[in-house]
Design a protein around this ligand. Structure first.
Ligand code: C5P
Length: 229
């Protein structure tokens, strides 16, 4: 198993729609680093549980431990392969996200995913996107970012993403779903969504994505020096 902290890790945590995914991909491209989209792991378990109608807790833990997943670089995103099938679009569905948030409250599922997540830390570095990257998965990361934005702004971003893909979307329903998911993610006892004590908080409500990326790059060059230049 690779040493989890032998390579530099930047953790980017925060609620859904705060811009974590885009920021991590853009930073990874600038730095030539790897990306861990940890939310997609919970979504992959949810997708299989929904498709196979699996409700039993121990079977869900088995999925977390044994699923065969591969991430392939595909331009501005990662292609997600599950047992050789392209599920990149399927895992983004709102129903899958909601099921993922339900499954993510399970401590045994989180435990089963720990090692898999830490194995993403490979040279030259890792951008880790999630809810508990800085608090649980990579507690010794030299730079931890916590991105926030108002629920309205986050819902607007998700609305635009869905519309751009030609999908149906309803703004008030998205605000309500985001708030419900935030509540569930923040109130659960297993690795709740919260900023690590040593995380830097960045409110992206009124910021463009390039501005967020520049801010994090600046912090990375101060904290990590040689590893990011
Ligand atoms: O970030 P994304 O919306 O893809 O995550 C889906 C769900 O997975 C979240 O609502 C959250 O409940 C869960 N999650 C988590 N811990 C992570 C990443 C995601 O609990 N590190």
């Amino acid at each position: 198993m690779s040493e989890p902290h032998a390579v530099p890790v930047i953790t980017v945590d925060g609620p859904g729609g705060s811009g974590k995914g885009t920021v991590c991909l853009l930073l990874a491209e600038k730095l030539g680093w790897h990306v861990l989209d940890s939310g997609s792991l919970y979504r992959l378990i949810a997708l299989q549980a929904l498709q196979q109608n699996i409700k039993n807790d121990s079977q869900i833990v088995e999925l977390a431990r044994d699923m065969d997943v591969e991430y392939l670089p595909a331009g501005d995103h990662l292609q997600i392969m599950l047992q050789g099938r392209d599920v990149t679009e399927a895992v983004r569905a709102e129903a899958v996200g909601n099921k993922a948030s339900e499954i993510a409250a399970s401590a045994p599922v989180r435990q089963a995913l720990l090692r898999r997540q830490r194995e993403f830390a490979r040279p030259p570095g890792l951008l880790a996107d999630g809810r508990d990257m800085g608090t649980v998965v990579f507690p010794q990361a030299p730079l931890k970012i916590f991105l926030t934005a108002s629920a309205e702004e986050r819902a607007k971003r998700r609305y635009k993403q869905l519309k751009d893909k030609g999908m149906d979307a309803n703004l008030p329903a998205l605000v309500a779903e985001l708030e419900a998911r935030d509540r569930r993610d923040s109130e659960r006892s297993a690795a709740p969504l919260k900023a690590a004590d040593d995380a830097v908080l960045v409110d992206t409500t009124d910021m463009g994505i390039d501005e967020v990326v520049d801010r994090v790059m600046h912090m990375a060059s101060l904290r990590l020096g040689g590893s990011v230049v």
